[in-house]
Ligand binder design. Structure first.
Ligand SMILES: Nc1ncnc2c1ncn2[C@@H]1O[C@H](COP(=O)(O)OP(=O)(O)OP(=O)(O)O)[C@@H](O)[C@H]1O
Ligand SMILES: [Mg+2]
Length: 301
């Protein structure tokens, strides 16, 4: 894709090259946040910087499948495919942060801390377009307070980010850049977004194999809620073909995602399909209420 960049985007390259650190990208849906992140990665890698991208957009993910927070390091343009490490993921289990702030924020913090550990020159945090109302403002405020990015890169059509930005305006720890949107921004319909998520899941699970997990040998976190919000008993929940689950190791790290296939009650074993080969490392399974059906189109159970 040809990126068309306003001149302010180029000025930002100089500032980030000079100062380095961490930048969070804020903006409503379809404001060009991800494109700006790609523009920065492409141009700053050409200047020799090493960059970590934390993809906190759990709906329209670019790193890893939906419902996860992704992390990758780059030393070249993402399209060239040269990353320093494969994308790491943190399973959140929902495709929108509303009602799930604590887990979403825990994942962002986890991935940002890891990016800091990798000591890249710049950490970019791409976010969801959920900015409206008190909830949107609160999520972004908590995220900024948690990770303390030096730069806040704001893409706004009008002044919709101002309620968030005003909280940091006078604080010398933060530098706010209000950036114009590109005229080339193309809004995506709900349907396009849903298909995009379905394609991401299909890609992710394409080389899956079936494993059996003894449920008495793993810790079980979370629950599967029915459409009215009531928890479904575990042995029923595990029978739902396509329930999305996270497979975690003993350090609470997400190893991979899996889809529940069926539950063998006598053996107390759940059969799952997952691209993970080394199933012995799984210590915890984290349930979700997302169901990824055979065409890999997810729906709320
Ligand atoms: N600077 C640009 N030059 C060319 N095309 C652009 C540019 N910015 C955005 N677009 C187009 O608009 C679409 C939406 O942009 P993008 O995905 O970057 O927005 P976003 O704010 O990350 O959206 P979301 O809220 O879904 O995460 C892109 O697929 C791309 O086609
Ligand atoms: Mg985006």
């Amino acid at each position: 894709m040809e990126i068309s960049a306003p001149k302010e985007w180029f000025a930002l390259l100089d500032v980030l090259t000079e100062e380095k650190g961490m930048a969070i990208l804020l903006g409503g849906t379809d404001t060009g946040k991800t494109t700006l992140a790609n523009f920065l990665i492409f141009n700053l890698c050409r200047r020799g910087l090493r960059i970590a991208l934390v993809d906190a957009d759990i709906g329209q993910s670019t790193l890893g499948p939906p419902a996860t927070i992704g992390l990758a390091q780059f030393k070249s343009d993402p399209d060239w495919g040269v990353v320093l490490s494969p994308a790491e993921i943190f399973f959140v289990g929902v495709a929108t942060p509303e009602g799930h702030f604590p887990l979403h924020l825990k994942g962002v913090k986890r991935m940002v801390d890891r990016a800091i550990f990798y000591a890249t020159d710049l950490i970019l945090v791409d976010t969801t377009g959920f900015i409206s109302g008190e909830a949107g403002k609160e999520l972004k405020r908590r995220k900024i307070d948690l990770i303390s990015p030096r730069f806040i890169l704001a893409l706004q059509k009008c002044d919709e980010l101002e309620p968030i930005l005003e909280l940091y305006q006078e604080n010398p720890l933060y530098r706010i850049y209000r950036l114009p949107l590109s005229e080339k921004v193309r809004p995506r319909s709900m349907e396009e977004r849903r298909i995009n998520r379905a394609n991401k899941f299909r890609d992710y699970f394409k080389d899956s194999i079936i494993h059996e997990l003894a449920i008495e040998e793993v810790r079980i976190e979370g629950e599967v809620l029915d459409p009215s919000g009531s928890p479904i008993p575990l042995d029923w929940a595990l029978r739902i073909n396509g329930i999305l689950i996270g497979l975690k190791d003993g350090n609470d790290e997400t190893l991979a995602l899996a889809l529940a296939r069926n539950y063998l009650e006598v053996k107390k074993v759940v059969r799952v399909s997952t691209p993970l080969r080394d199933i012995q490392r799984v210590r915890t399974i984290q349930l979700s209420s997302l169901k990824v059906i055979p065409l890999y189109e997810e729906e709320r159970f």
